[in-house]
Structure formats: structure tokens, C-alpha cells
Design a protein around this ligand. Sequence first.
Ligand SMILES: Nc1ncnc2c1ncn2[C@@H]1O[C@H](COP(=O)(O)OP(=O)(O)OP(=O)(O)O)[C@@H](O)[C@H]1O
Ligand SMILES: [Mg+2]
Length: 295
Amino acid sequence: MSDIEITEASEVSPGADDVPLLEIRDVTKMFGSVISLSDISTTVRAGQVTCVLGDNGAGKSTFIKILSGVYQPDRGDVLMDGEPVRFSSPREALDAGVATVFQDLAVVPLMAVWRNFFLGSEPTKGWGPFRRFDAETAKKITRAEMADMGIDIRDLDQPVGTLSGGERQSVAIARAVHFGARLLILDEPTSALGVKQAGTVLKYIVQARDKGLGVIFITHNPHHAYPVGDRFLLLKRGKSLGDFAKSEISLAELTRLMAGGAELEQLAHELEREGDKSETSALGRELLDDTKTLG
Ligand SMILES: Nc1ncnc2c1ncn2[C@@H]1O[C@H](COP(=O)(O)OP(=O)(O)OP(=O)(O)O)[C@@H](O)[C@H]1O
Ligand SMILES: [Mg+2]
């Protein structure tokens, strides 16, 4: 690869790789007089992971709903491969290669794994003519795609509802990869999972990335985001606290920003005075959440 670039430098456009897969510029979204998102910008590159972090009500879901065609922005631009795009429905976004795995995953719990794999992807251009597929072919493809991502589902006839949360996420991710998604959006895929399962899902995120997909990973957990992220967009009450490349921010700084920094430190001190130190951070977080709900 690098040989080609060196020997044929004149034929390789130096700027070609600089065009991000997705660019979000000053996107604003209002609901009546409520500003849900205010001038939000970030980029997603092919083969990279952009993490969107923020507390409850920060605007994370609104943000991905704009990218997946559920909402249209009131102001600002979304560019794909450098060209402005405006998706007026999730179908349009999907056809452009933007696959969103919503938190409820839109799976049918009683349906077999392989059926869920093909669910909801009617034959349209670029998404495979699988209407011709019989069950055996569909199973074979499902097994191969899952295996390709290092996922071993013992029984493809098993109802999806009997899979663990992490396994369900993995089916959804493998499905997006198979149907040719270029951008994979995951809304809090790890939030309901235990440590080990969250780790498994993080591994699949890395695999999707290594296959060249751009990934948007929504989470409120900096410890999940930092190891896999290349870029970090921090949202708070609809505003951007910053859009950082990994080299520009440490895990400690990310955690501090997420936690509300000074606000939390003050609270921690107060709680410390009350006694039991081991409960300080958990209590502090709880209290902050309560304050937000009230105010
Ligand atoms: N359809 C809507 N109509 C009115 N207000 C909305 C709508 N959708 C979102 N909002 C408001 O926009 C703000 C951001 O909501 P959003 O769901 O994007 O937050 P979030 O970061 O995903 O939060 P959570 O972590 O709780 O999922 C909230 O104050 C919410 O009340
Ligand atoms: Mg949300």
C-alpha cells in the first residue's frame, strides 16, 4: 500500500483520504421552543469510531435520529463523502448505507436468529436480492457472517429472545455489516450489559471498524468509549462541550468532563464529610442525576 503511494504519488490525490465519510456541521434541532441540539459539529471517518457521550437529556438520541433520517435538522449540514445529504426517512438513510441499531434493536424475540438477521431489509438496490433465498441459504449466510465477526451462535433456530443482550447486539451489528452499511450507528449498545458482555460488544465495534465502516458509538460511559474511540463528541443539554480527537483528550479528562468536573468534586467533598468514602462516587452520581431531574 505505502509503496504505491510513494511510487505513484502524482496519481494519488493527497486530499482524497481527508474527506470524511460523514461530516456534521453546526446542526441545530428545536422542538417548539426547546433547543434539543445547538450548533453541533463532528466528523466520522471510514475505519474509525466516533463516540458521542452525554448524560440523560444531552441530545444523543436526537443527534442520531437526525443522522438516521428520523428527524430533519432545523439548521446546519450533514455531508456524506463531502456531499450534502438530507434523509427524509430511515429507509433513505439505510439505502445510503447508514445503518442504525436502536436500543430496542427492533428484533422479534420469538423469531429465530437467522430470520431476524434478514428482517426488515426488503430487496432494494445495494442490499441484496435475498428474497430468492431459501431458509438453508439464509442460515448459511447468517452463520458465515456471524463467524466472520468471531460470533459463534450455537443454534440459529434459537429464538432471538433467548440470546443474551450482548449476543443480540452482535446479531444486529453483523446484519448491518452484511447488508453493506458504510456507517454504523449504535445507541447505547453497552448500557444494559454487564462488564463481560459490554466487552464483547466493544470487540464487535472494533471489528466493524476494521472492516472499514465508520462507527458512531453512543454511550454515557467514558470507560467504554475511550478504548475504542478515535474521536469524542461530548454533549450537555444540547450543547457541545467539545469534539476531540483521541490525541487531544485523556481518559481522565473525558471522565472529568462527563462527570460535570468541578460540580462533582464539590459534591464528593461534601459527601466525604458525611462519612463512608467508598460510596462517595455512586452517591455523587445519583445526587447529580436527581438535581438534574428536579431542575
Ligand atoms: N420529540 C420530541 N419532542 C420534544 N422534545 C424532545 C423530543 N425529542 C427529544 N426532546 C428533548 O430534547 C432533549 C434531548 O433528548 P434526547 O432524547 O436526545 O437525549 P439523550 O441524550 O438521548 O438522553 P438519554 O440518555 O436519556 O437517552 C430532551 O430535553 C428532550 O426532552
Ligand atoms: Mg437517548
